[in-house]
Design a protein around this ligand. Sequence first.
Ligand SMILES: [Zn+2]
Length: 300
Amino acid sequence: MADYPFPDPVVEIANVEEVARDLVVIANRDVDLVPNIGVIGGTHSVLVVDTGLGPRNAEKVLSFASEYARGRRLYLTTTHFHPEHAFGAHTFTGAATYLVNTAQAEDLATKGAGYLAMFTQLGEPVARELDSTRIPVPDLTYDGGYELDLGGRTVLLQPTGRAHSKGDQVVTVPDVDVMFTGDLAEAGQFAIFPWFPPHDTDVSGIRWVEVVKRLAEQRPRVVVPGHGDVGGARLLADVRDYLTELRDETWLRRDSAMAEETVAEEVRALMIERHPEWRLPEWIERGVSCLCAEHPAEMA
Ligand SMILES: [Zn+2]
């Protein structure tokens, strides 16, 4: 099995940050395959956003959320179907109502098993967390968004349409102007393009730019990215600008029929130069491949 060169993908409950009234984030502190996890309270209910990778991480999150809720009813949603975001949801069965958008439920049903197999191959620490994982089946699905009443606080669950995955959704808490983006936005690292042909080519760079443009226009006060530090509206503008330049620099070279390999090399060097402090540059090439496939000449 592959060597896994990163810290173990373990959710640390010690990393709890209060980002607004009755709203905390279990921060990932840049540990790969650990997402930022939200716990959002209202007078009668509490919503958990994302679960961590596999049942043991999810047990920790559920136990924290249950304690935090102090008898309030529990709900769970996930920003998208990827393993560190959603593959602990089965652990919440019976303790929380799990609700997601229809497109995400379809991703779980059609791609969940394949991603479980793929991630298990990433290395022993990942395989250990994924051991005994069951692909979750949501209790409730919706189209076109959902207003979840937590008591004195309404949370909006809004599918964005295909971008980072087919079933992405953002979770916003209007009374405190907080937005959870899942992997539509990351802080301090290059955007994750899960472009794995022929197994998964759902990510769309073109649509992702448009989605993040729309989210950035909302200028939320607090943005909780899928991974990396909690930030403000600037974080979304940075992701929008990066995706836009990734697209434009890729297409500019593709227009002159440059080989994809050379495009990837040049664009990678350019992006690292522009964002020297960002982690995980290996995602740049996958982004370039995705955008090459979406070049207007390919789509014609
Ligand atoms: Zn993801």
